[in-house]
Ligand binder design. Structure first.
Ligand SMILES: [Fe+2]
Ligand SMILES: [Fe+2]
Length: 273
């Protein structure tokens, strides 16, 4: 089962390079992934002329399942409304059969209008828990901002404001993989039974530290998760191979005896009748 993860497209930015996005999409289409995740910052400023261009460029993705969330740049200038007009809901919960795996996926808008900081928000917690409840072979959470600081990005900033509570929530929900972007540096943090996988910027020269535009391929097979960094039209490099199921004492899913997370109310009843 193959997931292609890209983010930080930044259509409309001065350092946006359309040819990088087109090269990445051609490579992704050739690999025939089961799922494509676009983890935010599709546009640079959320402007009305940037959304149609982002939609047109990303329409070249040939995958049957494409999941998108907005990033902080998309939410600028009330662009979060244009995101909904262009791509649909900002949050989504899906159950997918991907390559023989039953996948539970919850994708959440972590942006706040005109702020670079991210927040999941406690009003989402019950809704997220519901999305991961029940049987699943693989649980995937998607949000634009990072839940753990990313090395090699300078001073820490813009992390999810409620990252601690969200990490605890996701661990208890038995999430396997978290897909994020935002810092423009590819990085994998294995944390408490979860792989927090961050993609770089796929199509801009707004890189920091790691100097290349990049996206990720994530292969889930025979109980292993392999992460491969890919520079559009260029180098490929492993970001590690990890077990899907961690030893119970390392995932420590019940190790929060003192944490009382917000419970209860879901945002919306979107379960099929
Ligand atoms: Fe970005
Ligand atoms: Fe961002």
């Amino acid at each position: 089962m193959l997931i292609a993860q890209l983010s930080d497209v930044h259509v409309g930015a001065g350092r946006y390079r359309e040819e990088l996005l087109q090269a990445a999409i051609a490579e992704i289409n050739a690999a025939e992934p089961d799922l494509v995740v676009v983890a935010g910052d599709l546009t640079d400023e959320g402007y009305p002329d940037q959304y149609p261009q982002a939609k047109q460029e990303l329409a070249a993705l040939q995958c049957r399942h494409v999941v998108l969330v907005p990033g902080n740049h998309d939410a600028r200038n009330v662009g979060y409304l244009l995101f909904e007009d262009t791509f649909g809901p900002r949050d989504s919960r899906l159950r997918l059969d991907l390559g023989g795996l039953e996948v539970a996926l919850v994708a959440v808008d972590s942006s706040k209008p005109d702020l670079d900081e991210g927040e999941i928000g406690r009003e989402h917690y019950g809704w997220i828990q519901e999305g991961f409840a029940g049987q699943a072979d693989l649980r995937v959470f998607v949000c634009h901002h990072h839940l753990m600081p990313i090395p090699g990005t300078g001073r820490e900033r813009n992390q999810v404001l409620d990252a601690g509570d969200v990490l605890s929530l996701l661990r208890q929900a038995q999430v396997d993989i978290v897909l994020s972007g935002h810092r423009h540096v590819p990085y994998v943090w294995p944390v408490a039974g979860m792989l927090l996988i961050h993609s770089g910027t796929v199509s801009t020269l707004r890189t920091r530290g790691f100097p290349h535009p990049a996206y990720n391929h994530i292969q889930v097979e025979a109980g292993r998760v392999s992460v491969e960094l890919r520079v559009p039209g260029g180098q490929r490099q492993s970001l590690g191979e990890y077990p899907l199921d961690w030893p119970a004492e390392l995932s420590a899913r019940n190790a929060d005896p003192f944490v009382r997370a917000q419970r209860g109310a879901a945002l919306a009843d979107d379960t099929p009748a």
